[in-house]
Design a protein around this ligand. Structure first.
Ligand code: HEC
Length: 286
């Protein structure tokens, strides 16, 4: 019985960890703070040879992981928090490290900035996120066969009755929560509408109606879009940005997208009347 309870506690702890992992604070969240508040000195050949304000996030992160002389046994990133809190950094700026006392002095860190750096340390000083957009889950026969031999063109979803190439989901822009320029475009679709949807997990492709489904986890319906010439787009003017609509947290994370559409022809791949594009995986930076 005791062992069972222990296992249960372990399982719940791991499950919670899994959830939290999606919202952990990476260096991408704190880099802008170091650039703004420390960059005037710590940028190149910087004070104490410490370039945490370097504009390249990977270079700045590398610096943050070097051994500190101020806080022996810890990283310079950790020492940064120590020095912010003890008021010794930023140098000669009149900061005490207490955000209340320092209020109104733009050189000093706010409580929110201190909290973000503390979260980064507590989460294990994770490296920066490189935003990326990568297609996945093609219905071109390379992963699993489409349900009635209706393979699409390389990289596309399974074929539909109008477009033998199959529905193709593509994206333009950069997935950044703080500066979201992403536009999703689905082309070669049959029917009059398509539904863009987002999941926070991917699964091995499974047959769904005439196509393949690879998006799972916590699924959000992003929007139903009218097609023009077989093409649907999100966002259109007046729509929320994708990251807002999909509630991607400020710290970023990986999300998966597909578009679902109608294929009314019963003669094509019976008995179902819907299909899906390939998937798109977006790694959202803060
Ligand atoms: C006006 C210039 C200036 C600014 C701004 C500044 N620093 Fe420094 N920093 C220095 C100098 C000079 C040294 C080396 C002497 C020392 O350690 O006190 C230093 C050293 C350090 C060290 C010691 C490195 C080690 O290996 O332990 C850390 C950590 C540090 N700074 C963090 C920061 C952080 C974080 C900020 C921004 C919140 C910041 N500094 C802003 C000038 C500055």
């Amino acid at each position: 019985m005791q062992r069972f309870v222990l296992l249960l506690v372990l399982a719940v702890t791991l499950a919670l960890r899994g959830n939290l992992a999606a919202a952990q604070t990476t260096f991408s969240s704190v880099h802008p703070i170091f650039q703004a508040k420390c960059g005037s000195c710590h940028v190149s050949g910087g004070s104490g040879g410490f370039n945490i304000g370097h504009p390249n996030p990977n270079s700045a992160y590398f610096q943050s992981q070097l051994a500190s002389y101020y806080s022996p046994g810890n990283t310079k990133g950790y020492a940064s928090l120590v020095r912010i809190l003890d008021g010794s950094m930023p140098v000669a700026s009149g900061c005490t490290g207490d955000p209340t006392a320092d209020a109104g002095n733009p050189a000093c860190l706010t409580a929110a900035e201190q909290a973000l750096i503390t979260a980064w340390i507590n989460d294990g000083q994770l490296g920066p996120i490189t935003p990326s957009a990568t297609p996945f889950c093609p219905g071109d026969g390379s992963l699993v066969p489409c349900p009635c031999g209706n393979s699409g063109a390389t990289g596309s979803g399974c074929a539909n009755s109008v477009f033998a190439a199959g529905g193709l989901l593509a994206s333009t822009g950069t997935p950044r929560v703080s500066a979201d320029t992403i536009v999703l475009t689905a082309t070669n679709l049959s029917g009059s509408t398509c539904v863009f949807f987002q999941g926070d997990a991917q699964q091995a492709p499974v047959v769904v109606d005439d196509g393949l489904g690879c998006v799972t986890g916590s699924v959000v319906r992003i929007g139903t879009k009218f097609l023009t010439g077989g093409t649907g787009t999100y966002p259109e003017p007046g729509d929320l940005q994708l990251s807002v609509r999909g509630a991607v947290p400020p710290v970023g994370g990986t999300r998966y997208y597909q578009c679902f559409y109608r294929n009314a022809s019963l003669a094509f791949c019976p008995p179902s009347t819907s299909n899906r594009t390939n998937g798109m995986r977006l790694v959202w930076a803060p």
